[in-house]
Design a protein. Structure first.
Length: 304
């Protein structure tokens, strides 16, 4: 099939899946105008309207729905054939789309993403950061980074990055009229900056001291879903925040933030890269997973 013809079919499939020309264009790495022209060209050649378009929505026509049902398996077969050829190359080529929350992307950018691009110069990597948890299959992603405990059970998860220790911090200005909490239950009398997980659930603050484990749904007026916002709010004295230690180490050292409840060692968490459980994955994704496993093995042996 001519490349332009395949592009038109991929455009049709993406618009049908996303229900939006703009979202589909973003997924395919095209401009909305180019995508719209590709769809229009195919409709003209077929002499049939595939989509009902309004200013607010895009939906398949009856003919479009039947057309999509026939071409999706065929296009999938074409992509698989290309991947089978790609597997015989010395290095993979193509594009890898990854969904992640912002803090995770910062953690893996240099040690993983940039190393992957150095090893595989024919691969293009696109990372989309957002707090909400998305269906990576439906949204056209190859995989995603989330906290290990958030990864859906039907996905394959690979550890990514070091264990993260969390710290409870507040600005000096916050403590001018408040006593510092001595035990986790004291937090119930404090103003805390709550955070929302990608799944939509409110994050409960977990603590461990010897054999005692506590999980607290802390009170607070402000709820955020992005680490940098939590950090800025804590610096401004808006309340206590529970953040990865690596993110606040400089603030603690310089006195911009004060760490409390350190002896309770807020629980460790781990990042994971996850991807759909299927037999035939792309050569680019296979190489990415292999790199993650290599880094994980090396980190274990490097530990003192």
């Amino acid at each position: 099939m001519h490349k332009s013809g395949l592009t038109e079919l991929e455009a049709i499939i993406a618009v049908a899946r996303r229900g939006s020309f703009r979202a589909a264009a973003h997924e395919l790495g095209m401009s909305p105008t180019a995508l719209s022209n590709a769809v229009a060209a195919l409709e003209k050649r077929l002499d049939v309207r595939l989509f009902n378009r309004t200013t607010r929505s895009v939906s398949l026509t009856e003919a479009g729905d039947r057309f999509i049902a026939r071409i999706v398996p065929a296009v999938s077969e074409i992509h698989q054939a290309v991947e089978n050829i790609n597997a015989h190359r010395n290095t993979p080529a193509g594009r890898l789309r990854i969904n992640s929350f912002a803090l995770a992307a910062r953690v893996v950018l240099e040690p993983v993403i940039l190393e992957y691009m150095r090893r595989y110069p024919d691969m293009k990597v696109e990372i989309v950061t957002e707090g909400r948890f998305v269906d990576i299959v439906a949204e056209g992603f190859d995989g995603g980074f989330r906290l290990a405990e958030e990864v859906p059970r039907d996905m394959i998860a690979v550890p990514a990055g070091p264990e993260m220790c969390f710290a409870i911090v507040g600005a000096p200005s916050y403590f001018t009229a408040r006593e510092r909490p001595k035990i986790p239950d004291d937090l119930l009398k404090h103003e805390c900056i709550r955070s929302r997980l990608g799944s939509g659930a409110i994050y409960h603050w977990d603590f461990r001291y010897k054999d005692t484990i506590r999980s607290i749904d802390v009170p607070g007026q402000l709820c955020l879903d992005e680490g940098e916002l939590l950090l800025r709010a804590a610096r401004a004295g808006a309340g206590l925040a529970n953040l990865p230690l690596w993110l606040v180490e400089d603030d603690i050292r310089t006195g911009r933030l004060i760490r409390v409840l350190e002896e309770w060692s807020p629980s460790y968490s781990r990042l994971a890269f996850y991807y759909p459980s299927r037999k035939n994955i792309s050569a680019g994704l296979r190489a990415f997973v292999s790199l993650l496993r290599e880094i994980e093995t090396k980190s274990r042996y490097d530990k003192p």
